[in-house]
Design a protein around this ligand. Structure first.
Ligand code: ZN
Ligand code: CA
Length: 381
């Protein structure tokens, strides 16, 4: 069914096209050409100027003849850096980069799996319902592409995002909400040797605050981190300004709100006690997602996994993805494992066997939706 050589060649072709976040235009052009040949109508939305990318998100659509629910499949076009001039190598069934860059299986393995699956559908003239494909920009920079996606264009009310670690059959139905916290601790500058008593050391005040915070894993569904701290200008100046950036996440909105508040209060207390000023800004980056396990989108994914001999595993994640934003806009979506490994490092790799399984799985999901609509295998639901 899945054409292994064709799939590997297309994956390699796509990772060779540079598409770091905000520079996805060449990838969008390549996909547009491929999708038109596969009988899809394509459309690039106007998210480009809003995200700072050289292209918008790519939406493709092909009507089906079967009376199955419309399905959306999505993957992101952008990669993290270093992601320019990627040289993919296949050796002993493993595809990795030559070493100086990431591979970009995150998320081009997802893109390749979707393309191969729809190509097999067309080749074999398999019946299917309406298909909508969404290839987003800027996922790796705060999900900003999907946040400006032209949602009214989409008809599908359920979808699959191919952008998780874990083998095919991994179905992510829950994910945390995330707050970003930006704080600036403002002390008073003074000469460190002549009049230090006139100064307020912002680094020391910030340090007291951070030392007093509960960070790391807060409970089984909540985490917190201070990831960046910078400040001071010279060793002989009592530092006036310190910038602190951190985040909180939780599967439960209330817990996230509560822990963000505790972190802000800890900063405020330290500022007050140390005679510093504090400016703090909190931004909720994406909402939590929680797709019911008994929803059709999950059950089709489970059925599809079993149909091709995989063990479905429904689970939560501590990471964020475009999936959160699709759910926020009423497209009930789960994130699927595509077995990409060591992502965001130059050791990133994927095995050919997994890539083939990813494509087979997308095809199985489409087939499961069609079969269910036709009444076949209905007992499995
Ligand atoms: Zn990704
Ligand atoms: Ca990523």
């Amino acid at each position: 069914m899945i054409n292994r050589e064709r799939l590997v060649a297309e994956f390699m072709e796509m990772v060779r096209v540079d598409s770091e976040s905000r520079r996805e235009a060449r990838m969008a052009a390549l996909l547009t050409e491929k999708l038109r040949r596969l009988g899809f109508t394509t459309y690039v939305d106007d998210a480009g100027p809003k995200t700072g990318s050289d292209t918008g998100n790519l939406i493709a659509r092909r009507s089906g003849s079967a009376d199955a629910p419309a399905l959306m499949f999505s993957a992101h076009m952008d990669t993290v850096s270093p992601g320019r001039g990627i040289k993919p190598l296949e050796e002993d069934g493993i595809i990795r980069s030559a070493g100086a860059t990431v591979l970009g299986a995150d998320d081009k393995a997802g893109v390749a799996a979707i393309l191969e699956a729809v190509r097999v559908l067309q080749e074999q003239k398999l019946p299917h319902g309406d298909l909508e494909l969404v290839f987003t920009t800027c996922e790796e920079v705060g999900l900003s592409g999907v946040k400006f996606l032209d949602f009214p264009r989409l008809k599908a009310r359920m979808g699959y995002v191919l952008d998780s670690n874990g083998p095919a059959g991994t179905i992510i139905n829950r994910g945390p909400s995330q707050d970003e916290i930006y704080a600036e601790m403002l002390g008073v500058a003074a000469h460190a040797g002549i009049n230090p008593e006139d100064g307020v050391n912002a680094i020391q005040v910030a340090s007291r605050a951070i030392a007093a915070m509960q960070l790391g894993r807060i409970d089984h569904e909540t985490t917190a981190n201070i990831g960046i701290i910078s400040g001071g200008v010279a060793i002989n100046i009592v530092p006036e300004k310190v910038m602190i950036k951190g985040e909180t996440r939780s599967l439960q909105e209330q817990k996230r709100i509560k822990h963000t508040k505790i972190i802000c209060e800890t900063l405020e207390r330290a500022a007050r006690e140390g005679g510093a000023q504090l400016e703090v800004k909190v931004e909720n980056i994406y909402p939590a997602m929680a797709v019911p396990e008994d929803s059709l989108v999950v059950r089709l994914a489970q059925k599809a996994a079993r149909d091709i001999g995989l063990q479905p595993v429904v689970k939560s994640t501590g990471g964020g993805s475009d999936t959160h934003i699709f759910n926020e806009h009423g497209i009930l979506s789960v994130n699927l494992g595509i077995a990409m490994q060591k992502v965001h490092t130059t050791d990133e790799f994927i095995t050919v066997a997994d890539l083939v399984m990813d494509a087979a799985y997308v095809l199985a999901v489409i087939n499961a939706a069609t079969a269910r609509a036709a009444g076949k295998g209905a007992s499995a639901f």
